[in-house]
Design a protein around this ligand. Structure first.
Ligand SMILES: *Cc1c(COP(=O)(O)O)cnc(C)c1O
Length: 372
């Protein structure tokens, strides 16, 4: 895209080492300079292109799967699935090992959807064998819901082995792939999950404003009429998008969708999931190796550590996170507080426009901070 800004330098005062919103390219932000008309053919074509390309990123056969865009942040997408897919005779099992799976339970609770939760330690991945045992003992459980990359801790859950057990028993599988979609390889045709949810401001590197759901057509069609809310009705959202070829049901976040389309252009030009996953893995590994050398211990074991965000424990009881935060912020990087209840921790993410040079710079800054 030609620059409308005539080559101004990036006005961002710092880079975000937070997993969404994250640091985007100037071109992604520039795409928002144009006001678009929601029912015009150009905008509808843009929406349809985004939907088509999301299926490609997911390795999802368009005859089997469809992409639904939903206004709001990622949680709106999760809530849309969990409150409009289960029918009155369904019962959902939530695999809990972090704040985002706890949130799934809150959503089900608030909507009055029958559910159970299976709790795992937050530094452990949910075990497929335990899920298989549960499903064999509980024929009333018709759906299983879990998080892929638990951004709370940075753990990467093993959705493949869980999906195998769930699908072998003919149950519906929901995956919150919010912070992994596009940044961790996923082949939806092989995985067999039925609903995969992510949002604009994570690994595709757009700006916040909508979520998207890759849904198995048969399961989505079967859910017609089950929604417990008007605005989050997944089936209706899909029906309108399909009927009017890219027209959103209610006002669409036009600027955000245009920015996302630009982010997808960049994503594809840079080599798609494989290239992005490789960059994230490299930066994530550099970050942990460097921080360990400076005396910081990661909370998650390397075997289950994901490439998106790392939780570090305070190195000493008198460590002042706020001071490190301000030190880094005034030098160009913003990090994230921890979300653990049992230990003092903080988090550093590495998705967005973050490259190995940034990680080197951050590590040098942390070193200076520790030695000051
Ligand atoms: C970001 C994220 C969400 C959605 O959070 P929002 O604040 O609603 O965008 C859900 N699950 C996971 C794992 C996430 O990382």
């Amino acid at each position: 895209m030609t620059s409308l800004l005539h080559g101004i330098s990036d006005p961002n005062p710092y880079k975000l080492l937070t997993p969404g919103p994250l640091t985007t390219t100037l071109a992604v932000r520039e795409a928002m300079l144009i006001d678009r008309c929601t029912w015009d053919a150009d905008y509808k074509a843009l929406t349809e292109r985004v939907r088509r390309r999301l299926l490609e990123v997911a390795c999802a056969d368009p005859d089997e799967f469809t992409a639904v865009l939903m206004q709001g942040s990622g949680t709106f997408g999760v809530e849309s699935v969990l409150t409009s897919v289960p029918g009155p005779n369904d019962r959902v099992l939530v695999l809990v090992n972090g704040a985002y799976s706890v949130r799934m339970c809150s959503i089900l609770e608030a909507a009055g959807v029958a559910h159970d939760r299976m709790d795992f330690a937050w530094d452990e991945v949910p075990q497929a064998a335990a899920v298989a045992d549960w499903l064999d003992a509980h024929p009333e459980t018709t759906m299983v819901s879990m998080v892929h990359s638990e951004t709370t801790t940075g753990i990467l859950n093993d959705i493949e082995s869980v999906a195998r057990e769930v699908k072998a028993r003919g149950r519906i599988m929901v995956v919150d792939a919010m912070s992994s979609f596009g940044g961790v390889p996923m082949n939806l045709d092989a995985l067999g999950a039925d609903f995969v949810i992510s949002s604009a401001n994570k690994c595709i590197q757009g700006v916040p404003g909508f979520s998207f759901i890759i849904a198995r057509r048969s399961a989505l069609e079967a859910s017609a009429g089950n929604a417990r809310s008007v605005s989050l009705d997944l089936y209706e959202q899909w029906r309108v998008l399909e009927k009017d070829a890219g027209k959103w049901r209610f006002t669409s976040p036009t600027h955000v969708v245009a920015a996302f389309d630009e982010a997808l252009d960049e994503f594809i030009a840079q080599g798609g999931v494989a290239a992005r996953a490789a960059r994230y893995r490299r930066c994530s590994r550099m970050l942990r190796d460097g921080m360990k050398a400076l005396g910081f211990r990661p909370y998650i074991d390397e075997a289950h550590q994901g490439p998106i965000i790392t939780t570090f424990l305070y190195p000493t009881p008198d460590f002042k996170f706020e001071e490190l935060y301000e030190w880094l912020k005034s030098r160009g990087y913003v990090i994230y507080p921890g979300k653990l209840t049992e230990a003092d921790s903080f988090r550093i993410g590495n998705i967005g426009e973050i490259y190995p040079e940034d990680i080197e710079r951050v590590l040098a800054l942390v070193k200076e901070f520790m030695q000051r």
